[in-house]
Design a protein around this ligand. Structure first.
Ligand code: GBH
Length: 479
């Protein structure tokens, strides 16, 4: 792969992203109560090597050192998430001041260093008490989320540059309640769709709360992991219909209510044997449809799909795709099965294919679907098997050329999409630090800064130096 080199305007936002449970540690400190990820990771068999977020990167104590890394790298913005169980232990009731103070210090620390704080209110750490009361399949969770958002908006106020309600509700709904790969590890298609609806509702309620506390002009966003799925055989109408079905259940299930004010008709039709959608009450779709100022998009890889009329999904071999329809939600959809043939490599250490054309297609497609909505790449990056050597200074060194190549290809795709009219305002690299990679624990490293999990020492990988130079020059070098 060669890229010609690209230049970006001075106001293009370069950032990096993290999430609370993946980096903070200090799981029981200052009044924090367990989230579903504490429970899930402490249950044997759920996370590789039995890893948990108890200590993680110890960012809760090392936040100031981490902000110094951010400043030295020259980031324009830093995207982080707030742990609901630190703000409202148990998920309801008054604010836990010590928890709020942590984020208040973090926001001030960013502003002191000239870095814009981009806040995500929910990156998967639901208070366990709310899960015990039904979790996202229960409507009450969405109402509680609206209250939580109001507390945080009052606490952090106008110091925050962009408010993001949810990170990847697709993962919360389908991995949490259909496949069970993520916390809370439940497996029921109808619950997953109810969860999706209540996440949409939570987004609307939180967005309205933020705008009513801080003013209508407060920049509001949501981050979606939109799926780029291609038909296994582009000439097959059946395969193209499988792609349409996945776009409905994976993408438009959120885009519809959030951006158009209604669920798409084909989604309701395709899922009728799973649920009658009676959890959608009058007025809900209008509530979900809160005006958005920017749409956050997370992109990593692509998938292929084909219509499958063979054996039942339960016995289907699992392909590369991790889709709501195979084999979890799709169990109940007669005659509408989908199979995921493997996609060609190369692959990252996650087994995900490296395909920058998916980034280009997604950004240009979204800008066509929603021409007036600015876009922001809120996550992109890769895990590789980083080899650690000893540098000339005797300190550890990581020559992660594979990660630099991945980033180059994808940032080049962002530049091409912009040239072709997509209004992409910024790019956040996942991730600043190696961290707790959910069901894969500490085994998979996405950071551009290495974390030694014995000493918790931070070391810039080559990619961190490379990214700092890109930000300084606003130029993606030719490669
Ligand atoms: C994001 O999730 C999360 O926001 C972040 O916390 C996480 O650390 C990061 O990405 C890296 O995982 O399974 O081959 O079909 C991304 C979750 C990854 C789910 C890609 C869908 C499709 C690839 N998505 N996956 S495949």
């Amino acid at each position: 792969m060669t890229t010609p080199g690209r230049s970006f305007p001075a106001d293009f936002v370069w950032g990096s992203a993290t999430a609370s449970y993946q980096i903070e540690g200090a799981a029981t400190e200052d009044g924090r109560t367990p989230s579903i990820w504490d429970t899930f990771s402490h249950t044997p068999g759920n996370v590789l090597n039995g890893d948990t977020g108890d200590v993680a990167d110890d960012h809760y104590h090392r936040w100031s050192e981490d902000l110094d890394h951010i400043a030295r790298m020259g980031l324009d913005a830093y995207r982080f998430s707030i742990a609901w169980p630190r703000i409202q232990p148990g998920g309801s009731g008054p604010v836990n001041q010590k928890g709020l103070d942590f984020y208040s210090r973090l926001v001030d620390g960013l502003l002191d260093r000239g870095v814009k704080p981009v806040v995500t209110l929910y990156h998967w750490d639901l208070p366990q008490e709310l899960e015990d009361a039904g979790g996202w399949p229960a409507r009450d969770t969405a109402l509680r989320f609206g209250e939580y958002a109001e507390h945080v908006a009052r606490g952090l106020g106008d110091r925050v540059s962009t408010w993001t309600t949810l990170n990847e509700p697709w993962c919360s709904a389908y991995l949490g309640y259909a496949s069970g790969a993520h916390a809370p590890g439940r497996r029921n298609g109808a619950d997953a769709l109810a969860a999706a609806h209540h996440l949409n509702l939570a987004h609307g309620l939180a967005g309205r709360a933020i705008k009513s506390v801080l003013g209508e002009n407060t920049p509001l966003s949501v981050t979606l992991n939109l799926h780029v799925t291609r038909p296994a055989d582009p000439d097959s109408a059946a395969d193209r219909d499988a792609v349409r079905q996945l776009d409905a259940v994976g993408n438009r299930v959120f885009l519809g209510p959030m951006l158009d004010g209604a669920y798409p008709a084909d989604l309701l039709e395709d899922t009728r044997t799973i649920t009658d959608w009676s959890f959608v009450q009058d007025g809900d779709e209008a509530t979900c449809h809160v005006p958005l100022d920017v749409l956050g998009i997370n992109y990593y890889s692509t998938a292929k799909a084909r219509r499958w009329d063979g054996i039942s999904p339960r016995e289907q071999p699992k392909g590369h795709g991790d889709s709501p329809f195979s084999p979890w939600v799709g169990d109940d959809v007669e005659g509408q099965l989908i199979d995921y043939p493997p996609v060609p490599g190369p692959y990252t250490a996650m087994g995900w294919n490296i395909d920058p054309s998916g980034m280009y297609d997604l950004l240009t497609d979204m800008s066509r679907r929603y021409p007036d909505l600015p876009l922001m790449v809120t996550e992109n990056g890769a895990a590789f098997d980083d080899a650690v050597s000893t540098g000339p200074d005797g300190r550890p060194a990581v020559h992660d050329d594979d990660r630099i190549a991945y980033l180059t290809g994808h940032i080049d795709a962002v530049a091409r999409a912009r040239e072709d009219g997509a209004d992409v305002r910024g790019y956040f690299l996942w991730s600043l630090l190696d961290n707790f990679e959910w069901s894969f624990g500490y085994d998979r490293r996405f950071g551009i800064i290495r974390v030694d999990y014995d000493t918790l020492e931070r070391t810039w990988k080559d990619s961190a130096h490379w990214y700092a130079e890109l930000i300084r020059t606003r130029q993606l070098p030719a490669s």
